[in-house]
Design a binder for this molecule. Structure first.
Ligand code: HEM
Ligand SMILES: *[C@@H]1O[C@H](CO)[C@@H](O)[C@H](O)[C@H]1NC(C)=O
Ligand SMILES: *[C@@H]1O[C@H](CO)[C@@H](O)[C@H](O)[C@H]1NC(C)=O
Ligand SMILES: CC(=O)N[C@H]1CO[C@H](CO)[C@@H](O)[C@@H]1O
Length: 537
């Protein structure tokens, strides 16, 4: 007995010593970080640095103010005062995106994401990411998006019918939380188009279990999830502490693994063992996962480039999580902006009605210039993912487009960074930059896309904006989601007129996971929502 205690005590001391050693090493690195040479605001809190002020300030207002005061390359205090790099220099950001092997997601973020997403594309780094992305890219090509358009139209029509019933019952017009309906429609789209599975989130009578569990996981709640954070910080606790969220995540992971295993064995049976590709031409499943699996099993792909079954299965939660809240939030903000600007809504509807068929093709939708401008302008002004973080994995020099002055007043052409430094990527602040988009950068003005200022072509992202990021880690689903938003707007605007139900100034953006969702300032308890007055046309 005595000996056991002795061993335990020694082990305990070793753990504490190891913890202290790590902490001191971390503190020393922060203290000697080259980022300390940059200008920037003073830290306002010993523990939280500047992070609490940032969270409290609306949007990225505080960051903008800092740039105005201190310049385009600055540092501010993160957790425990660790310095973070904040820059709006486009060349510096392009360099960071391009060099995605050096600038990776912080380990904390990956650990939190991997609970639900496994080893899928969002979590993978380095060579693993490269291999996964190579096999997955073909599934997101334009031809595959074209094939998914029918599913999008089908689910959009289903939601339109649901809304129409509610509007009729209320005598022609009523207030609806459009965010909730569109969220369920987007979940149903990604289920069928992503992995040939009916989630039935729009079906109140027979929603699948996955729909119910997802509903609980993504329900917005205003509290800081301390237990969740603890579980991420100290992984062994995951076996001991269970929260209602962690139980739902566990259940969702099980269900999605079941769906994945079925799909994997079905596709193996269809395609053969990888040596003999089935000649059966009746097999024409077009969902993203079947496509990537068939490519993955093809004999022309070298063994070393293939995904494991586990990696394939991890892409199911990856598609679901990365693809549904982002797209539904963007569509909801589009309806919000169109409700704020009735004449733009009228102009867009007129263009949409120029297509006689209620079942347009992808090419027909892509031929509508104003629809395209409205979607881009929505993504610019209301980017669903407003920022992201990167961790620098080795010492480096980041080149800047515009020289900046450091703390000592010297003009610099490079930003010196050290392994372990955190970089804040300001998607939203760049999207709304007056320096890039001109003095009306804060206004919703789709027509700007017909005549883009030259500065905007320097933005290192898809579609001349950062909403989908850029470089090797840009959003793989950007074509898919732009088409989905177009299909949704096409279907909804032909059936209804939309109007604000509360003043626009009452709507606030609030982070929920990685997504910036709308909520009502005076009703934070209700969580994310977007009420609009919906009227039958
Ligand atoms: C409006 C809708 C969307 C927005 C604004 C959006 C935004 C983004 C952003 C900003 C990233 C990079 C995150 C980071 O690295 O920090 C990303 C990555 C990703 N997105 Fe999207 N996304 C959208 C829709 C979709 C859809 C529909 C899918 C799938 C069907 C999808 C799948 C992914 C995946 C798999 C990644 C990881 C890519 C990689 O790391 O290689 N996204 N998205
Ligand atoms: C990023 O990569 C692209 C394409 O590989 C290249 O044209 C561009 O010069 C690179 N930019 C930077 C800043 O590294
Ligand atoms: C950043 O990357 C380095 C090198 O891979 C690693 O040692 C460190 O733990 C990472 N830090 C974070 C916050 O992810
Ligand atoms: C970065 C950012 O969000 N800046 C501005 C966004 O637009 C609103 C008004 O639409 C401003 O108040 C923010 O400062």
């Amino acid at each position: 007995m005595h000996q056991v205690l002795q061993v335990l005590r020694t082990a305990g001391l070793a753990v504490v010593a190891y913890g202290i050693f790590n902490f001191l090493r971390w503190a020393y690195r922060n203290w000697t970080s080259p980022l300390r040479q940059l200008r920037g605001p003073k830290s306002t809190n010993l523990i939280f640095g500047n992070i609490r002020e940032i969270r409290k300030a609306d949007n990225a207002v505080l960051h903008e103010q800092w740039v105005e005061e201190h310049g385009t390359v600055i540092t501010y205090a993160g957790l425990l005062g660790s310095p973070r790099l904040y820059t709006t220099d486009l060349q510096a950001l392009r360099y960071v995106f391009n060099n995605s092997q050096t600038y990776q997601k912080p380990e904390m973020a990956r650990a939190a994401l991997s609970q639900l997403l496994g080893d899928g594309l969002v979590v993978a780094e380095g060579e693993v990411h490269k291999r996964q992305r190579r096999v997955m890219n073909p599934a997101f090509a334009p031809a595959q998006v074209r094939a998914a358009t029918d599913v999008m139209l089908d689910k959009a029509t289903k939601l339109t019918d649901l809304w129409a019933t509610q509007v009729e019952q209320a005598g022609g017009s009523t207030t609806l939380n459009v965010l909730s309906g569109i969220g369920r429609a987007a979940l149903d789209v990604i289920g069928v188009a992503g992995f040939d599975y009916e989630i039935n989130a729009l079906d109140e009578e027979k929603p699948s279990e996955l729909s119910k569990v997802f509903n609980d996981i993504f329900i917005f709640d205003n509290s800081i999830p301390l237990l969740e954070i603890l579980r991420v910080l100290v992984p062994p606790l995951q076996a001991i502490i269970h929260t209602s969220r962690s139980r739902n995540v566990q259940r969702a992971v099980e269900i999605m693994a079941g769906i994945g295993k079925n799909l994997v064995s079905r596709t193996r049976a269809e395609v053969g063992d990888g040596k003999t590709v089935s000649a059966d031409q009746s097999v024409d499943r077009r969902d993203l996962l079947s496509l990537l699996m068939r490519y993955n099993l093809s004999p022309t792909l070298p063994e070393a480039h293939k995904l494991t079954d586990q990696e394939v299965i991890s892409q199911i939660p990856t598609f679901l999580v990365a693809g549904h809240e982002t797209t539904s939030t963007a569509t909801s903000y589009a309806l919000f902006a169109l409700s704020e600007h009735q004449s733009i809504q009228d102009q867009l509807r007129k263009e949409l009605l120029s297509i006689p068929d209620a079942h347009p093709t992808m090419d027909q939708l892509d031929s509508l210039p104003f629809l395209d401008s409205v979607v881009r302008e929505t993504l610019r002004l209301h980017p669903p993912v407003p920022n992201t973080l990167r961790n620098c994995t080795q010492d480096d020099l980041i080149p800047v487009g515009t020289p900046y002055t450091d703390k000592d007043g010297n003009l610099q052409k490079f930003i010196k960074v050290q392994k372990g430094n955190t970089i804040f990527v300001p998607i939203m602040a760049i999207n709304r930059s007056k320096a890039i988009f001109g003095p009306d950068a804060f206004e919703f003005s789709p027509s700007r896309w017909a005549n883009l200022p030259a500065a905007a072509s320097g933005i290192p992202g898809m579609l001349n904006m950062m909403s989908f990021l850029g470089g090797p880690r840009a959003c793989i689903g950007y074509r898919f989601s732009v088409m989905e938003i177009k299909v949704f707007l096409f279907t909804f605007l032909r059936a209804f007129e939309f109007e604000l139900a509360v003043p626009a100034s009452e709507i606030k953006k609030q982070m929920s996971g990685a997504v910036h969702r709308p909520m009502i300032k005076s009703d934070p308890e209700a969580g994310s929502q977007l009420p609009l007055i919906v009227r039958r046309r």
